[in-house]
Design a protein around this ligand. Structure first.
Ligand code: TRP
Length: 429
């Protein structure tokens, strides 16, 4: 049984590098193979528009990142792999969430605050150069996560605040409109080291010190030969501590291989030789993936088809869920409006079970639809626990449980309507 939903996105604003591979892509692909998780991976191209104003770069990055995931072994038949902008329900949900998000909460978002602080320091208008897109970034991200009711969201530390905001936004919505959203949690890969870049600082696009994951072999060698080292001569013992070269090697090599390199350092291995060892070890893992990548990138139409198929899978969830959310907030067809005039009835956003005790001393439950119409009525139970268990079983198994519970059902409405109502309880939505 798939019990946990895991979801993560990558912004399509650049070319994947070794740091992305070690920190995010490799662990995520491995995790996606676990039987008990249901994974959602997507290309966050709406998010890319916030930072990138070059259409060709957004498109190229989307292709490169999609090809990278696939080349690294993501199996689109096992996971739901899609492009954010293929799911029109995401911007729709963004709006519903925008309307329950405090502006003050967004004022405190790190990325926005950093821009404001910079402007203040430069004596500029606090919001100079800040788009409403940057300000709204956390809400769009919350929509990504909440649309699929993800439990776990693997992200880097810099994204923890965004997941916390998604939780808060979900809780506000649930409070106002009923329990629609799972509260997500950030999953931080503590044991995955941050990879150093060419200059020894964290490998990052913003430091311009990255090694592209699928650089051609000779470019990879050239880049590795340019990694900073200290000035110890061949024959002098080298320290593994603080050696970017060593940390990079460690991220790819086995424990034994790593120990062997540490020994070679102590024995005075020349930096040039150490770089050659690192290059060969890296290339050993990357070369087979690079071959697949190079092939895929030549066939963008194949990737396009894969993404479209993924979008279809994602929308099989997003479309009905959005319909339910629209109903919950009151975006509804008008026919039924006249019959629901009390504010209490209007608050009932989705089908609900009601449990109660009758004059006869027995315990009953009933299922009513969003408009308060009776869909299912139980017979009387002597113990409240038995009534609750029957109810829970219906919520869990849906109409499949109806037959087994036939003797406890006194009245049933239209079978298709009942089935649809019961489906709205089944997790995950
Ligand atoms: N903001 C994330 C980043 O820059 C990318 C992202 C967008 C994301 N939507 C998401 C990550 C939803 C996890 C879940 O890294």
């Amino acid at each position: 049984m798939k019990t946990q939903r895991v979801l993560t996105g990558i912004t399509t604003s650049g070319t994947p590098h070794l740091g992305n591979y070690v920190g995010a892509i490799r662990p995520t692909v491995r995790a996606s193979r676990l039987a008990e998780v249901e994974s959602f991976y997507f290309l966050a191209d709406y998010h890319a528009l916030i930072k990138v104003g070059e259409p060709a770069r957004v498109q190229r990055s989307t292709l490169e990142i999609a090809a990278t995931w696939l080349a690294c072994g993501l199996d689109p038949d096992k996971v739901t792999f899609y492009r954010q902008s293929d799911i029109p329900e995401i911007p729709e949900l963004t709006w519903l969430l925008t309307c329950v998000t405090g502006k003050g909460v967004l004022n405190r978002a790190h990325a926005y605050k950093a821009s404001v602080d910079k402007n203040n320091a430069a004596n500029a208008d606090p919001d100079a150069g800040v788009t409403a897109g940057l300000f709204m970034y956390p809400v769009l991200m919350a929509a990504d996560i909440l649309m699929f009711n993800a439990h776990q969201v693997p992200v880097g530390r810099d994204q923890i605040q965004h997941i916390e905001m998604a939780r808060d936004i979900a809780a506000s919505f649930n409070h106002l409109y009923g329990e629609h959203f799972t509260l997500p949690e950030a999953a931080i890969e503590d044991h995955v080291a941050t990879l150093p870049g060419l200059d020894g600082r964290k490998m990052s696009k913003s430091y311009d010190n990255t090694i592209p994951l699928f650089a051609p072999r000779d470019q990879l060698r050239k880049l590795i030969m340019g990694i900073v080292t200290d000035s110890r001569a061949p024959g002098e013992p080298k320290s593994t501590e603080g050696s970017a070269l060593f940390q990079l090697y460690q991220a790819f090599a086995s424990t034994e291989e790593t120990a062997a390199l540490a020994q070679a350092y102590a024995d005075g291995m020349a930096w040039g030789d150490a770089k050659q060892v690192l290059f060969e070890r890296l290339d050993q893992e990357i070369a087979p993936l690079r071959a697949v990548y190079d092939e895929l990138i030549q066939e963008p139409e194949r990737i396009e088809r894969t993404l479209k198929a993924g979008a279809e899978k994602a929308r099989a969830i997003a479309t009905p869920f959005t319909a339910r959310l629209r109903h919950a907030v009151g975006l509804r067809p008008l026919q039924a409006a006249a019959t629901r005039t009390t504010s209490k009835a209007n608050k009932i956003a989705a089908p609900t079970f009601k449990q109660y005790r009758e004059q006869d001393g027995l315990f009953y439950f009933k299922l009513i639809d969003a408009q308060g119409a009776l869909l299912l009525q139980s017979t009387g139970f002597a113990a409240p626990r038995d009534a609750a268990q029957a109810m829970a079983r219906l919520q869990r198994e849906g109409s499949a449980a109806l037959e087994a519970l036939a003797t406890h059902i006194a009245m049933q409405g239209n079978a298709a309507t009942v089935a649809a109502a019961l489906r709205s309880f089944a997790e995950p939505q």
